[in-house]
Unconditional design. Structure first.
Length: 177
């Protein structure tokens, strides 16, 4: 935080520069998404909740593809693996692939209207879920339940809300391109 001190007739004026970048904002939003992941909710409702962490990672990969690095996604995935006590590395792999695809598509996706972005986001979430189904099938021989796909659809539907909330936080933090 840069401060300028100007002396004027026995008074000190301090102005805070608004040009400061708050690069901690993406990490804070990922932390909030992790908190939303671990909040206890009934199992019936949980199947309708989107993967908030994936939505936040996708947003930052689309908005700031130069700053959202694959090791960050991998680390977030490892934290999820530790929190949910799942198979180590599954979430790390899925989040890394998700961020890679989002970064690769960032220029194309951002050029489209929000409703078309929602379709692409749902497809990205579907690809991530397919990775989970493949790993589940390889480990247990079970394909999983059909209701897991409702979270993908809900994720596409809530994308505009996530987009506007995170875009607002990005602009307030002065994290432009």
């Amino acid at each position: 935080m840069r401060c300028k001190i100007r002396w004027k007739r026995k008074r000190t004026m301090i102005s805070v520069s608004s040009g400061q970048h708050r690069s901690w904002i993406p990490f804070a939003t990922v932390f909030v998404a992790l908190v939303l992941l671990v909040i206890p909710v009934p199992e019936l409702i949980r199947s309708f909740l989107p993967d908030w962490v994936s939505l936040v990672l996708i947003y930052w990969a689309l908005a700031l593809p130069d700053r959202m690095r694959l090791p960050i996604a991998w680390g977030v995935g490892l934290v999820i693996d530790l929190v949910v006590l799942g198979i180590p590395g599954v979430h790390a792999l899925s989040k890394t692939i998700l961020v890679y695809l989002a970064k690769h598509l960032s220029l194309r996706v951002r050029a489209h209207p929000l409703w078309q972005q929602s379709v692409v986001i749902a497809l990205l979430l579907g690809i991530e879920l397919i990775l989970f189904v493949i790993v589940d099938f390889a480990m247990t021989g079970n394909m999983g339940e059909v209701h897991r796909w409702t979270a993908v659809i809900v994720g596409g539907l809530v994308w505009p809300l996530v987009y506007f909330a995170l875009r607002r936080s990005r602009h307030l933090a002065n994290l432009g391109r």
